[in-house]
Design a protein around this ligand. Sequence first.
Ligand SMILES: [Zn+2]
Length: 450
Amino acid sequence: MRWWVVFLVLLSAAACHAEERTVEADVPQRVDDLQSLSSSLVPINDFVYKVEGEGAIFLINTDEGSVLVDTGFAGRMADQQALIREAATGPIRKIILTHAHIDHSGGITAWQPDFDAGAELVTHHRYDYMARLQQEPIEYFKRRNHVLYPTRVSLEPETGGPRPYWNLQEKEKREVYPGAPYEFELGGVKFVVIAPENGGEGEDGILLWLPESRILFTGDLFGTLYPMFPNLYTVRGEKYRDPLDYIDAMNLVLELNPKVIAHSHFRIVEGEDYIQSSVKQMRDAVQYTWDQTIQGMNEGRTVGELMEEIELPESLQLSQGHGKVSWGVRTIWEIVSGWYDYESVANLYGVPASAVDADLVELAGGPDVLAERAQRYLDRGQPLEALRLLDIARVEPTPSVLKTRIATVDQLIEQAQGLGNYSEIGLLRAEQRSSRAQLDALSKKGETGS
Ligand SMILES: [Zn+2]
């Protein structure tokens, strides 16, 4: 199972159960609601349904058969499938995958009978490419994702070959290219499948547009929440989302002028005025972040300074529960700069700064001296400086180092609550679990005298 999927799922679950909550403040708490998510059929109009579940599926009925958008979460969409079988007015004629994430395409094998009966599979032409980027480094990603989702992401090695939803290279499908929408008519309903350039959470994000009812199915075009500052470069690790392409995709949505956005992970978004204003806000927030970052780079500012300084103006404030403006700044800097930072020619080589941490600890007079100095920073409300010292002291994690580290990360968690960024808070909490476990192990060792 994938870490980010879990996140998305949790959010969508919580969204259903907790409409009264604010999007901005409660993102991490929503995770707790996942387990109670149940499948349900939510009508959008008299022939379009959202089938809620761990990964939403959309059903569009026509007189000549039905169309599905996405296929549900691998291994966990049986209830949704049963609801669709009941509600579909005819055979499934097309299955459109919005992108290659497990909560959207994971359930594809369960629809094999429909493919056998002639259903057409429709994807972005970059689907297979994005699938490779996720499948080939899977063991690496699992170790990373396990940090954020220790109970949900298994470290067991993959068995049975590539995951079926990432293994569609040989499968017959219609691939849609940017600039060449796939238009079809079924039972008198017009469908337009649009493949933006790098428009979604991955490069393979695809949109379905129903021009007559003006419903736009967006998959994860906006990310998990709506509206939100986009997660341009996830900390979990996935190819970055180009901010300029994101802006183009927002302009495409504005041009279509939908009345309804059938968004995968949150409530259905309705009202053309609200959609126009919120999409403009997301577009302009990214444009602002881009402009400020590029200007700062031209002026010779460092990436760290820009991450600390750039903030959205009041009129462009958006939820940072999933994406984060400072990480957007870093993304832009990384896209423009590449991997070499010009800070030290040592960074052209493989030996990290931490290679001499043990020397620094010894020269400082031991790890506890560093912990004491870190505590001074902490007392002055500078937890990040404290953390840098404690990172050096980590080569010799004494109880004092670990206790100061826990106090430091506590302060960071407290500061992070304001934005409610799921990944930030999750990673800080994982750090706390690890320090506490080390501290427990040390005290047990002390008790037994071993
Ligand atoms: Zn998703």
